[in-house]
Design a protein around this ligand. Structure first.
Ligand code: UD1
Ligand code: UDP
Length: 355
């Protein structure tokens, strides 16, 4: 049955995940996209809507940055009015950001079905804001869309109330849809003077790494030991932290720091890298999907399948472990396919039809 679906997005990875899902929904459902405004810089927001032709948000709540409480509360108040005005059948939230939690809390007390895409992921690290967002959302949701068998098992073991559906990872769908286009239109490698398979691509933005001077310094120093050039599209949170800690000038000398790039440029950078070093959830999977070895600068990961098969390694914020992994990492020849086959978005649309 055709549904009126209200999708709540707000942060960079959510625009990317929404791209294949919105496309799949368009065949049989009406979608209203609401942008909370959590990310607002052009390079973290507008660029994705332009490149990926995601439906123009019907609402931009303009919430912007703030403390967790301020941001979440303001989103909730604004979303409440949008839900009054739109009366959707379904509210869809993605991932684990404050936009996810706000959408979930508002929808859960209404008659609309709450659908959580990327349900069942756990870091088991309660100091991460995202861990609270995803646990709360999973326990509020009516429909849980899990990317992996491991995520399904986690949800079953936590005895969530909603129905669980394994679809694969919608981010894999997104990647497959743009990979060729990225290769034909992106000029970022030549613009930055990077030769294929002769550079490292790095991203850092996780609160646990940016809020701690010593961790961030170790990460910069570990990356700087790389024998290959390291290109870093720098998240504004990380730029602000490096500035505050007096580390930015040194980082710029040792690494090739650039502004955050659009998705097509990012995929093209990733596809040509010798190796990726990151603390991002999305980038760990994208590296895996593109057969690029990944060094994860965290103490744990939700994406355990990438570690188990040897294509990803956890090195924390340890300078020497980062440097050694970059110099020596050699994944095995074989690689499993735990994230589906790139058809997750169509499966999500089917689940919504039957919800
Ligand atoms: C958020 C998510 C994180 C996700 C990430 C994706 C939460 C708690 N965190 O982290 O899970 O991995 O998005 O990138 O929801 N800023 C700007 N311009 C912007 C947006 C932010 O300059 O357009 C700066 C502000 O100084 C802001 C800081 O970045 O305070 C952090 O932004 P925020 O959205 O709170 O968290 P992220 O680190 O982006
Ligand atoms: N990304 C991008 N440009 C950048 C850095 C990342 O388009 O400069 C994309 C990347 O391809 C991935 C997503 O942003 O799909 C990951 O977002 P981020 O690392 O901010 O969040 P996380 O996945 O950790 O929540």
């Amino acid at each position: 049955m055709s549904k009126r679906v209200l999708s709540v997005v707000g942060a960079r990875p959510q625009f990317i995940k929404a791209f294949p899902v919105s496309d799949a929904l368009a065949d049989s459902h009406d979608e209203i996209v609401v942008h909370t405004g959590q990310h607002y810089d052009t390079c973290l927001s507008d660029v994705f809507f332009e490149e990926l032709a995601i439906p123009e948000p019907a609402y931009n709540l303009g919430v912007g940055s703030g403390t967790h409480a301020e941001q979440t509360a303001q989103m909730m108040m604004e979303l409440d009015q949008v839900l009054d005005a739109e009366s959707p059948d379904v509210v869809m939230v993605y991932g684990d950001t404050n936009s996810t939690l706000a959408g979930a809390l508002v929808a859960a007390k209404r008659s609309a079905a709450l659908v959580h895409i990327e349900a069942g992921l756990r870091s088991n690290n309660r100091s991460m804001p995202e861990e609270h967002n995803r646990i709360a959302t999973d326990h509020l949701a009516d429909v849980l869309i899990a990317p992996t068998t491991e995520a399904v098992e986690t949800l079953e073991s936590e005895e969530v109330d909603g129905s669980i559906h394994e679809t694969g990872d919608v981010m894999y769908d997104a990647l497959l849809r743009v990979r060729e286009r990225a290769a034909s239109v992106s000029e970022i490698r030549s613009d930055l003077g990077l030769a294929e398979a002769e550079y490292v691509l790095a991203t850092v933005h996780r609160a646990g790494n940016t809020a701690d001077r010593s961790r961030l310094r170790n990460i910069i120093e570990g990356l700087a030991q790389s024998p290959m050039p390291v290109v870093v599209p720098l998240h504004p949170r990380t730029e602000a932290a490096l500035k505050e800690y007096g580390l930015l000038a040194n980082a710029r000398e040792q690494l090739q720091i650039v502004d955050p790039v659009g998705y097509l440029d990012f995929v093209h950078l990733l596809d040509g890298a010798r190796l990726v070093a990151t603390d991002s959830g999305g980038v760990q999977r994208e590296a895996f999907h593109l057969d690029i070895p990944c060094v994860t600068m965290r103490d744990e990961t939700e994406w355990v399948e990438t570690i188990d098969c040897g294509w990803n390694t956890l090195v924390g914020a340890d300078r020497e472990r980062i440097a050694t992994a970059i110099a020596e990492m050699a994944p095995p020849q074989s690689k499993p396919e735990p994230y589906g086959n790139g058809n997750a978005a169509n499966l999500v649309a089917e689940v919504i039809t039957n919800a």
